[in-house]
Design a protein around this ligand. Structure first.
Ligand code: G3P
Length: 220
């Protein structure tokens, strides 16, 4: 089995933007683990985070399938790649797009660039998996930012998504997120058939992000 993923979505948390984003990225790099630690950062912070933590995998939080030219305010994949992004989230519960947007993005990005398409439920996960992104992440919106991990609150949606994605594709990776905070949450996610987790507040709202990160990978 390949190394599990721990994707930390910096969102627009105050503790994970600007200079704090660079500090958090350095904290992620300092963790000794075989897990793939990935930071999903604001487009504004991409270059600075890549410079601050060159060995860290850094993803965007969103990209747009646009060409070069008249596209004010949109996020061109080639610019992200030139600035060091190795992947992106897309269709996050807080930044929904159409299935067509996801399909066009997948057509545009080069091989090896990770696209993690987020789904609110098993049906959406199935539809996204058919497009063959690198990963599908299931995150029930009502559990995002909460205190109870999806792996405890709704383990069936995690195992059901894993099964649904596998039915559609052998190659699409499976992640889950919402309320994930501890090593046992991560370990349960793996037991339920995923390749890892996508989380935010467990790290970005922690009083001690480094020890929270250590705990997250402690049972892997
Ligand atoms: O993208 C991760 C996210 O939506 C889950 O957030 O705060 O519940 O870990 P959180």
């Amino acid at each position: 089995m390949s190394d599990p993923l721990v994707v930390v979505n910096f969102k627009t948390y105050q503790t994970a933007h600007g200079a704090s984003a660079e500090d958090l990225a350095r904290a992620m790099v300092s963790i000794e683990t075989d897990a793939r630690m990935i930071a999903a950062v604001s487009a504004f912070d991409l270059s600075a985070v890549v410079t601050a933590a060159p060995s860290l995998e850094v993803w965007c939080q969103h990209l747009d399938p646009v060409g070069f030219g008249s596209n004010t305010g949109w996020l061109h994949p080639a610019t992200a790649i030139e600035r060091g992004a190795s992947g992106t989230l897309i269709n996050h519960a807080e930044h929904k797009v159409s299935l067509e947007h996801v399909a066009m993005l997948l057509e545009q990005v080069p091989d090896g660039f990770d696209v993690c398409a987020c789904a609110a439920d098993i049906e959406e996960a199935r539809a996204l998996a058919a497009l063959e992104p690198g990963f599908v992440a299931v995150e029930p919106p009502e559990l995002i930012g909460g205190d109870v991990s999806v792996t405890s609150a709704d383990p069936e949606i995690v195992s059901g998504t894993a099964q649904a994605v596998r039915d559609v594709s052998e190659v699409v990776g499976i992640l889950c997120g919402a309320g994930v905070k501890s090593g046992s949450d991560v370990s349960k996610a793996i037991d339920l058939g995923t390749s890892g987790v996508l989380l935010a507040s467990g790290v970005t709202k922690s009083d001690d992000p480094t020890s929270s990160l250590k705990d997250l990978v402690s049972l892997l």
